[in-house]
Design a protein around this ligand. Structure first.
Ligand SMILES: Nc1nc2c(c(=O)[nH]1)N[C@H]1C(S)=C(S)[C@@H](COP(=O)(O)O)O[C@H]1N2
Ligand SMILES: [Mo]
Length: 551
């Protein structure tokens, strides 16, 4: 020892309690790994969404208050689910470590913590819409395995500690203090029993952790294989449309470099949903139940749906959560059966004013029935840009009703259509405070130049997209530095259900920083309001702007 004061962490006397704490936390972490691994294996038997973390995560999504959900979508975008899962794993790891600290003092208490987690997971699994009793099994298995593991590991740990203490004459009966100043943290050779025991604990802890991780990985892989529907999707033979649409004219795109394509490739199409794991539906087992306020309820198979006269629809789908200038909008050529034709055949009864779609994963989406039946081309879509719907976009069937945001019209993994009344049922998002109707607000976006781009003085191409789906875009205007509004040139109009791309040649003379703004007018003559509104509860409003530096 020197007479200099030594920082506590470096003092040899403190090193052992620190290691001891880490070891205790390790027993908790290893037990948690074993629990989750066992849970994943058990989920192989019951189904993917029943694994403990997925069940808890899905319940968390549904319980998350709307402002936090909005924040997550805004901040993490399409990565929101990865962030959520990461957060759950981190929280679990922290709690497991604490449970380990508790368990080495009171093993039974540690076991109770794991049991409680199992119960929480079971509750979460059972709270999922359409859950079966067996869905709680993976969490119960996880809780049980975690409890047993922590009892065994903590028991081993306690024995090792008391053994080490017993061999330390001056410290008998006092496992943590006082310290032994003559040792520098190395185990002296005169303690073979204690060191072996410590090694045993370490090996058991590490082994349990590894076994848990292995079981988890294997369980997840087995589940993925068991519920894989990519082959079934590949085997879908898409019938030709009854009346094929002509190809879109090239002039729908102003041909400005950097401007997004008119038709969004499937791989680039935005994805917004609450599904932590994608629902995987084998089309051979898929049915669509049509019921509620109808004269002739029916159950439709996928083959029957494909035998309907199929229609093509070029349509721009957009999300209510899209911020001004945001990316949650895309255009595709969809193929599907006519939704209004199906409803007419079912015979809609008086008193019905809402059509509710339900998905395999329990999402509910409500659309004004009057609009579905007013002659617009609402679809039960089975294909997107020439291929069967991608899994992430609702395979094998989703609804689309032009003019409404996705949350109010575009049920993915659709399995059930109920004709009902707004007074009788509030769908998922409406229960969370979102607008009942979900009519798309007029929006416009500057894509070129990119934000904070540097452009040489001279003519600068400004270009972007604007949409007021089902109403159509009549005009787009641009202004620079709050000068007079200038008409942008609209590309060819391919129909009101589609976005409209536009361009404007800006004679940029003055070097320096400039602000470019855009606003659109819908076909009804309504100009996009300047007032900024958040996406919640009925869609964002306000003008998009971008800052450009002329050099
Ligand atoms: N089953 C299900 N369908 C859903 C959702 C969902 O969370 N679950 N989200 C809706 C929302 S909010 C939007 S904007 C669109 C997005 O469709 P996309 O992911 O194919 O772009 O799907 C809609 N359909
Ligand atoms: Mo959305």
């Amino acid at each position: 020892m020197t007479d200099e004061p030594t920082p506590p962490a470096a003092s040899p006397g403190r090193r052992r309690p620190l290691l001891r704490t880490a070891g205790a936390a390790g027993t908790g972490l290893a037990s948690a790994a074993a629990a989750l691994g066992a849970g994943e294996l058990a989920a192989y038997a019951t189904g993917a969404p029943t694994a403990p973390v997925i069940a808890v995560g899905s319940a968390a999504i549904d319980l998350t208050p709307t402002p936090l959900k909005e924040y997550a979508v805004r901040t993490f975008g399409t990565h929101d689910k990865a962030v959520l899962l990461g957060g759950i794993y981190l929280t679990m790891a922290l709690l497991a470590a604490l449970a380990g600290l508790l368990a080495v003092r009171r093993p039974a208490a540690g076991a109770v913590v794991f049991g409680a987690f199992g119960a929480l997971g079971a509750w979460a699994a059972l709270s999922r819409p359409g859950a079966a009793a067996a869905d709680c099994a993976p969490s119960l298995v996880a809780g049980l395995v975690g409890a047993v593991a922590v009892l065994l590991l903590a028991g081993l740990f306690c024995r090792a500690v008391s053994m080490a203490a017993a061999q330390r004459p001056e410290a008998a009966g006092e496992p943590e203090e006082p310290e032994e100043p003559e040792h520098d943290g190395q185990e002296p050779l005169s303690r073979p029993a204690g060191s072996t025991s410590r090694r045993t604990v370490l090996a058991a802890t590490a082994g349990t952790f590894a076994a848990g991780a292995l079981a988890g990985t294997a369980g997840r892989a087995l589940t993925d294989r068991r519920f894989d529907v990519t082959a079934a999707r590949g085997a879908v033979r898409l019938p030709a449309p009854a009346e094929p649409l002509p190809a879109l004219p090239a002039a729908v795109h102003p041909d400005v470099r950097g401007l997004s394509a008119f038709t969004t490739p499937n791989a680039d199409f935005y994805r917004v949903d609450t599904a932590l794991v994608l629902p995987r539906i084998d089309p051979r087992e898929w049915t669509l139940r049509v019921h509620g306020l109808v004269d002739r309820p029916r159950l439709l198979t996928f083959d029957e749906l494909l035998r309907e006269p199929l229609e093509e629809l070029d349509y721009t789908l957009s999300c209510v959560s899209n911020e001004v200038g945001g990316p949650y909008v895309g255009t595709a050529r969809w193929l599907g059966a006519s939704l209004p034709a199906l409803l007419r055949r079912a015979g809609v009864r008086a008193g019905a004013d809402q059509l509710v779609g339900r998905s395999k994963d329990g999402m509910t989406i409500g659309t004004p029935l009057e609009s579905v039946l007013d002659g617009r081309r609402a679809l039960l879509a089975v294909a997107m840009n020439g291929e069967a719907l991608p899994l992430a976009h609702g395979f094998p069937c989703r609804s689309l009703v032009p003019g409404f945001y996705g949350y109010a019209s575009a049920t993915k993994w659709l399995v059930d259509l109920e004709v009902t009344a707004f007074a009788a049922f509030d769908p998922y998002w409406v229960r969370r405070g979102w607008d009942r109707t979900g009519v798309v607000r007029t929006a416009s976006r500057i894509e070129v130049p990119a934000p904070f781009a540097k452009v040489p003085a001279g003519d600068v191409d400004v270009a972007g997209t604007a949409w007021a789906t089902h109403r159509g875009i009549a005009a787009v205007e641009v202004r620079i530095d709050e000068g007079p509004w200038q008409r942008a040139e609209l590309a060819v109009d391919a129909g009101p259900d589609l976005w409209r791309q536009w361009s404007y040649r800006w004679p940029a003379a003055a070097p320096g920083t400039h602000r470019v703004e855009v606003r659109a007018t819908d076909a009804g003559g309504a100009v996009q309001p300047e007032r900024r509104a958040t996406p919640f509860p009925a869609g964002a409003t306000g003008w998009h702007s971008t800052v450009v530096t002329v050099t």
